[in-house]
Design a protein around this ligand. Structure first.
Ligand SMILES: Nc1ncnc2c1ncn2[C@@H]1O[C@H](COP(=O)(O)OP(=O)(O)OP(=O)(O)O)[C@@H](O)[C@H]1O
Length: 258
């Protein structure tokens, strides 16, 4: 009988790659990020954790070129991101910042405007709007409101919806559930997980809520004082140890700040 041929596992190529990235502070002679190297693969659900001031937001901002590395390089699909026109890059890599602004628009305008700029057909825009309102349980009564008529948590949900309307290849989320109640936060993370599992979007999220992070992620990056100290698959993480480390480092940092 012929021996069964077992195919070798396909080596997955990285969707995004950071190579020895440094970021100098705009004030002072120190570095906010030092020698950061890691790869991101399609469908990853990465949680970026670390004490306040560790450089998590600074790192996310590098990935869609809101700032530029001082040294090192970042690649998207093997192309250095500096070679990709910024508008094109930011359609593929979308950042939901800690505090999103609707820029004086109504919720409906804020959600649809980026797609209007892309000149997508009106029916496509309307379908996507309907889809994400339903997925995120956003009531249609919010559509006519401006940000002044929304709570912080409601604004956060609209910002997430706006990013999803763009169907990004990679979604960067900076503490996206910090102002949401526990039920809504869990629901949003479930929606995001389903999206990543379907292979449509890769997720990189900063989240201080470790219980939610643990449920959500496939991988953990731990940053401290601008250095990447850990890059591990989620099952390899000792979450109790991670929680204790964070508490200890945050206590020490708070004492340094005082
Ligand atoms: N442009 C800048 N120039 C100088 N220092 C900066 C600049 N931007 C941020 N910082 C400092 O860089 C460090 C990292 O900030 P960053 O916002 O990236 O941290 P973080 O890990 O996201 O913190 P948090 O969890 O509190 O949001 C902080 O000490 C911050 O004060």
């Amino acid at each position: 009988m012929d021996a069964k041929i077992v195919p070798l596992p396909m080596e997955q190529t990285a969707q995004m790659r950071l190579q020895q990235v440094n970021l100098a502070a705009s004030v002072g002679a120190h570095y906010l990020l030092q020698n950061i190297s890691f790869e991101v693969f399609q469908g990853d659900r990465i949680v970026l954790v670390g004490p306040s001031g560790a450089g998590k937001t600074s790192l996310l901002r590098l990935l869609n070129r809101l700032s530029e590395p001082t040294q090192g390089a970042i690649y998207l699909d093997n192309q250095e991101i500096r070679q990709i026109p910024v508008i094109q890059l930011r359609r593929q890599i979308v950042l939901v910042p800690q505090e999103s602004k609707l820029l004086g628009m109504t919720v409906e305008a804020a959600l649809t405007y980026p797609l209007t700029l892309q000149e997508l057909p009106r029916t496509t825009i309307a379908q996507r709007l309907q889809y994400w309102l339903e997925q995120l349980h956003i009531p249609s009564e919010w559509l006519d409101r401006t940000e002044l008529q929304l709570s912080v948590g409601q604004r956060q949900l609209v910002a997430i919806a706006r990013s999803l309307m763009l169907q990004p290849k990679i979604l960067l989320l900076d503490e996206p559930t910090s102002a949401l109640d526990a039920g809504r936060a869990a629901h949003v993370l479930k929606v995001l997980t389903d999206l990543a599992e379907s292979g449509q979007t890769t997720l990189l999220m900063v989240n201080h809520q470790l219980d939610l992070a643990q449920e959500f992620c496939t991988r953990v990056l731990y940053l401290q004082q601008g250095q990447l100290l850990k890059d591990s698959p989620s099952p390899a993480i000792d979450w109790i140890d991670l929680r204790n480390t964070l508490i200890q480092v945050e206590t020490e940092t708070t004492q340094e700040w005082m």
